[in-house]
Design a protein around this ligand. Sequence first.
Ligand code: ADP
Ligand code: MG
Length: 243
Amino acid sequence: MSAPLLQLQQVSKRFNDGDERGNVVALRDISLTVHEGEFVSVLGPSGCGKSTLLRIIAGLTAPTTGQCLYKGQPVNKPSLERGYVFQDPRLFPWLTVLENINLAGAGANGEELLNKMDLAEFGQALPHELSGGMARRVALARALAPQPHLLLLDEPLANLDVPLRQNLQAELQRIWEQQGVTCILVTHNIDEALALGTRLILLSKRPAIIRYDLALDMSFPRKIHQAQVAALKTQILEWMEVH
Ligand SMILES: Nc1ncnc2c1ncn2[C@@H]1O[C@H](COP(=O)(O)OP(=O)(O)O)[C@@H](O)[C@H]1O
Ligand SMILES: [Mg+2]
C-alpha cells in the first residue's frame, strides 16, 4: 500500500475558553490513517465532535494533544490541497457564482466546474438567486477549483430534500471516481455514509472516540435495499443505540 495521505495520532481536543460551555472534551485519542483514494464516511451523533475532527485535519484548529500529519508533515495551517465544504454554503453574497468559484484561484477552471455541476447558465448569477441545492453545488465547485488532494465534507448535504440529496450524492461519487480525490465525509445520515464510503468510521457520543472502523467492500452505485447494505444498516443502528 502507498504511504498514508493522512495520519491522526492520538488526537484529543479540549475546549476551555471559559464561556458558559465550560470545559468540553470534544475528541479523545483519535488515531486514524487514511490512504489516497479512500472515501471515508464518518458517522456520529450530533455534537460528538465531527466538525472539530475535520477542522483539525483542515488545519483550522489545533489538537490539544496528539498530532495530525498530512503527507508526513504536521498540519498547522489550512492549505488549498485540503478542500473544505462547510455545512452551510458560505458563499460571498456580493460575488457572482463564477467569482465565488474562482476565488481560491490557482489553476481553477471555473467554467468547466460549472458545467460539471450543471450550473453553466448561472456563472453570472448572485448567490441569493440560487436555490439551496444550487448553492451547495457552488460550494462544492469552489472547494474543487484548486484541485485538492483531500476533500473534507462537513455534512454538505444536510437539510436537503431527499431527491436533491440523492442527486448530489451521485455527483459526489462521480467526482471521487473521476478526479481521484480522497474524501472524508462527515454525516449523521447512515444511508449517506453507506451509499458513498469505501470505509465507515463510527464515532461515539462526545467525547468522540472511534467505536468501529469498517471497510465497505460493495460496488457502486449502492442501493439502500441491497441485502448487504440493509444488513449493515441494521447492525450500525444497533451499535448507535448501544453507545
Ligand atoms: N470553539 C469552540 N469552543 C467551545 N466548544 C466548542 C467549540 N467548537 C465546538 N465545541 C463543542 O465541542 C463539541 C463538538 O462539537 P462539533 O465538533 O461541532 O460536533 P459535531 O460536528 O459532531 O456536531 C460540542 O459540544 C461543541 O459545543
Ligand atoms: Mg458539525
